[in-house]
Design a protein around this ligand. Sequence first.
Ligand SMILES: CC(C)(COP(=O)(O)OP(=O)(O)OC[C@H]1O[C@@H](n2cnc3c(N)ncnc32)[C@H](O)[C@@H]1OP(=O)(O)O)[C@@H](O)C(=O)NCCC(=O)NCCS
Length: 210
Amino acid sequence: MNTGNFILYGASGHGSVILDTLETGGHDVEYFIDDNPNLTIFENVAVISRIGFDNLVKDKARSLIISIGNNKIRKAISTTLSDYDFGQAIHGKAVVSRKVSVGQGTVIMAGAIINANVTIGRHAIVNTGASIDHDCVIADYVHISPGATLCGNVVIEEGVHVGAGATIIPGVRIGAWATIGAGAVVRKDVPNGAMAVGNPVVIKNAGNIK
Ligand SMILES: CC(C)(COP(=O)(O)OP(=O)(O)OC[C@H]1O[C@@H](n2cnc3c(N)ncnc32)[C@H](O)[C@@H]1OP(=O)(O)O)[C@@H](O)C(=O)NCCC(=O)NCCS
């Protein structure tokens, strides 16, 4: 089954996972875009440069996904492509409630579970096996890493990185561009730009948005 062509921006490990997610779902990836001038093929898919891409006539039949794990870089690139259509990659073995809203450019990996009344913004990543319970609100450019657990009613503001296996208890708000360390257990709100690690969580910086 071929249900549409995609272009991935970023030939990297994260790009490999998105490629696999799309191909498993019967989609084709036509090519990668990457800034490495020496890269012409990746995972048996052609790679073109950003300049090469900009010189192409934009084909709205294809959907673009920025396949770069770094939230700031993903945001920076997306703002240079505001006239383009962004697609979504949602693995067939993710469990996503019918009552979930998912923004364009967002990817949801295998084994993720997203329960009712969750809202996820644009260019977000819900990585392998992450669990997001009811009524969470996840903003644009967020990355929820593999195995992380968001209990119900958690709010994740723009650009936050939640590390692998972290747990965030119900009703907590994580401020914009904060980083939650792998394995952290977060019981209280985290300020914008802060780095929170450990169990119980310790704030390692006061929270300057970098
Ligand atoms: C939180 C994190 C981003 C910090 O990385 P960093 O900025 O390089 O920070 P450092 O390694 O210098 O550590 C700073 C301090 O935090 C502590 N720390 C870092 N990560 C920690 C963690 N996950 N749990 C507990 N403490 C942690 C360090 O021991 C150090 O403590 P100290 O100040 O008392 O010496 C990183 O350790 C992390 O957990 N990243 C998550 C990665 C991940 O899940 N990736 C998924 C990709 S799919």
